[in-house]
Design a protein around this ligand. Sequence first.
Ligand code: 13P
Length: 248
Amino acid sequence: MRKLYIAGNWKMNLVPSEAAKYAKELAAATKDAKVKIMIAPTAVCLPAVAEAVKGSKVIVAAQNVNDHEKGAYTGEISCAMLKDIGVTNVILGHSERRQYYGETNEFINKKVLFALANGMDIDLCVGETLEEREGGKLEKVLSDQINIGLDGVTPEQMAHVTIAYEPVWAIGTGKTATPEDANSAHAFIRGLIEKKFGKTVAENQIIQYGGSVKPSNVKELMACEHIDGALVGGASLTLDQFLPIINC
Ligand code: 13P
């Protein structure tokens, strides 16, 4: 039985004082939640948010991490820095990083391997653009993102990997994939995981959906067989939107 996993990617929103206040309220409001909950504030908010949710059910993730231990990498953040402030999760390969910062599957794979080897749990984002979907490239894009992104990962390490399927055309646009479209992409991803890591890993694999998830559409998405959670952007920024999603 796969446990529902609801995550909020705050992207470049909220200043540290706002983020800590909201995180504290969220931690208090989710004391009895049945689902796994994660929030990913921007780097500068991580220490305050990690402190604010200490002892609660809320897991804190970074939105990115470097693939080296330490050294001359200006502007970067290491796994050791995250772990030192109690952050053990990280989102990797988000489409905004692929799109605006040129991150390739090969580069993302280096970070995946490094983060896993350093004891972090990762949330690997995959998903196609509208052009790719309309050009019939959905399966090729997802196959490359999964096969290259997870190259060298062991079946045992997959217990620390969540996949987030986020069709790029549905992110921040208000357009959600239909539950049928999302479920069929998730089923395809589960098939790729089975081919690469075997049936048991595939059956246990948590695959979140992301892209304009809101209180009004979350129930029908989560009811789909292969959708095991959500990675929420805009609607994770306020308690009145995010809480109904968590309690869906
Ligand atoms: P929105 O929920 O704002 O569409 O963002 C989704 C997303 O990119 C989460 O990582």
